[in-house]
Design a binder for this molecule. Structure first.
Ligand code: ASP
Ligand code: MG
Length: 414
């Protein structure tokens, strides 16, 4: 099934180019990048807030937008239904059409609707034709999925441009470029930097609307930055253009000092170092993907997490400043497997740890934590897919014991 290949992790796809090329730090401009995720642009009510947040900015802003909340998933699932043949996909497609029309009716000013409908309906018709083609041919290539998912951000950005006053659309297909590496799209760092400068350096705008996530390759074919990639679009625009700050607007008021799903009375942490934020993200604070904010981090651009539904809340500011000497947050991760390798004889020998790590590497299983002692080493993993094979291999180096159902408790702070 080619479609299954779509959900690759962002880490692999996105981190590589940035670790190699740190950007030149440009003069800090008085410009901010604001990114609104799917839930922020998913309903008329939330779009009203987006409008008032953006319009109250007193400096130029670049506004990166996701597709309407849940739409990317819908675009993909509908594609799969279409690929099974027949017209079962059509009801889902119609629901997507209606959803966009309802948003337009609900919030776009009357005088802008007619022109907008021409654009939006042209996009929706194209999408409908593609689904129809997929259902006739009963084939769904990666390339076709890339084209299908692009409609989410193309539609949302066209609509949002007509909701916010003084807004101008900047199509990221012209300045976010990808290369193909090992069958995946990765950012073309050099081309993107050049094109972002060429697009924005001398452009005058009060509000620049940019569709997140989507990009093109050297042939001009539509690609994307991977699921959740709008954060990456925002982060790299902010980094390349030397923005004063990048604001990530979601439906949560920042990163909390404890997991609100399990702990009552948690509160948002006002400031975090990028490293602390990455640590919390690993422990399930899904609000921000560490590799997505890497360009911002490497270029010293603070990232602020804010809540679209409660814009007056302070949220969480993430920066590179030294941490204040406090404990800021506690997080926990369940379903951890601890593997202990005991070997009095081998431990101090050359290459023991190397062999242990190599075993995990051979099975592409990443180690989260480790502890060593005189007689052994304990590592933790959260992926037990290759556990049996790993343990078999490790037995060559010593006695192996396994503890299931362990928990990692992470205390973040200085
Ligand atoms: N719409 C895309 C997704 O859902 C990109 C994003 O929202 O960041 O993955
Ligand atoms: Mg999304």
């Amino acid at each position: 099934m080619p479609a299954a290949g779509y959900t690759t992790t962002l880490h692999i796809r996105l981190s590589a180019p940035w670790t190699k090329h740190q950007l030149v730090n440009h003069q800090q401009s008085t410009m901010k990048v604001l990114k609104f995720g799917g839930t922020s642009v998913g309903t008329v009510e939330s779009l009203r807030n987006v409008k008032s947040i953006v319009e109250s900015a007193d400096e130029p802003v670049i506004v990166v937008v996701s597709a309407l909340g849940g739409l990317t998933d819908k675009l993909i699932s509908t594609a799969r239904v279409a690929a099974a043949g027949g017209d079962a996909y059509f009801a889902d497609y119609q629901a997507m059409v209606k959803r966009h029309h309802d948003i337009i009716e609900g919030i776009v000013p009357q005088e802008k609707r007619q022109q907008l409908y021409v654009i939006v309906n042209a996009l929706l018709d194209e999408l409908g034709n593609i689904y129809k083609g997929v259902s006739l041919i009963r084939d769904l290539s990666q390339r076709t999925i890339d084209i299908i998912v692009s409609y989410g951000e193309r539609l949302s950005s066209a609509i949002i441009t007509r909701i916010i006053s003084d807004a101008r659309l900047f199509d990221s297909r012209y300045f976010i470029k990808t290369l193909d590496q090992f069958g995946k799209h990765v950012l073309d760092n050099d081309a993107t930097q050049k094109l972002v400068h060429a697009t924005f350096d001398n452009a005058s705008f009060k509000v620049a609307i940019v569709p997140g996530f989507i990009s093109t390759d050297a042939n001009g074919d539509i690609t994307n930055l991977g699921r959740g990639g709008s954060d990456y679009t925002a982060s790299l625009l902010g980094a390349v253009l030397g923005a004063e700050e990048i604001e990530i607007w979601t439906d949560i008021d920042g990163m909390h000092n404890n997991d609100p799903r399990y702990v009552q009375g948690t509160s948002p942490v006002s400031e975090l170092h990028f490293e602390e934020a990455a640590e919390l993200a690993y422990f399930g604070a899904k609000i921000l993907h560490p590799s997505c904010v890497l360009p911002a981090r490497l270029n010293n651009i603070p990232v602020r997490l804010l809540n679209t539904m409660e814009p007056q809340r302070p949220g969480t500011l993430i920066h590179n400043m030294p941490s204040t000497r406090t404990i800021k947050a506690v997080a926990a991760k369940d379903n951890i497997i601890a593997i202990k390798i005991k070997s009095g004889r081998m431990l101090l020998a050359y290459g023991f740890l190397h062999k242990v790590f190599e075993t995990f590497e051979n099975y592409r299983t990443s180690i989260d934590m480790m502890a060593t002692s005189e007689v052994g080493v304990t590592v933790t993993i959260d992926d037990e897919k290759h556990l049996a094979a790993i343990v078999d291999d490790l037995k060559k180096f010593g006695t192996v014991t396994i503890d299931h159902d362990m928990v990692i408790i992470c205390v973040v702070g200085d």
